[in-house]
Design a protein around this ligand. Sequence first.
Ligand SMILES: [Fe+2]
Length: 264
Amino acid sequence: MLFTVGPNRLSGGRLFKKHFDQSIGVHEVAIATPSWPSAFNGLRIGHVSDFHLGDLMPIDRALNAVSMLAAQEPDIVICTGDVVDLHVDGSFALLEALANVHAPLGTMLVLGNHDELDCANTLSEMATRAGVQLLRDASCQINHNGNALNVAGIDWAKTTKQCKNKIENVCDQDTHVLLSHNPKAFTTASELGIPLTLSGHTHGGQLAMPKRKGANLAVAHKYTAGTYERGDSRLFVTVGVGAWFPLRVNCPAEVALITATTSE
Ligand SMILES: [Fe+2]
């Protein structure tokens, strides 16, 4: 109310209108690392996060973002959490749309802090019913043409230490991809040599300085937007589809299409 509905009422509805007039873009990202499995060289990952379905993300806007992603024909769809904002009502249609992108390797989801604020179990049940594979401190193996891609996902963890505890429970030396709402997971993921970590949560601060990586409002985070490298490990932090407050400056909402390749 403090940052959304209240100020919007005071502005006579102009705040939301201006926010909704800002379009969502497709962000194409190339990520290369020698540790990426060569059998999945060129894998196209549709990465979305932080819809925050609610006052600032009506279902039609969310479904439109999923359609944009589907048009890219990704091999796999990954959602790194904060599907909902304050309540899970109405989120089934979004989860179903994510499942219906029909990416050949499926649709996967990890939960964010906002998903846990209301009822993580209800959202989890909805995701499973919709056909989305949910990774709650769990891992899975995607088999394609006789080769395996090992994907692990952790539930919301607030601190680097909490991320570390969860990662050590679900990852091993064969993990190729880690899904974590919180990018703080990258500290441990890179120490373990996990080739690719996908995260959201920061929204890129929503307010950013032009062309200055890291100069944004997400001051509590080291990894705030875009691609990061540590050794042979890579992290991609999407600035997300939705918003916490109805303003984005130099940080447009996005659906990301990542092409992961094996470099020399
Ligand atoms: Fe979040």
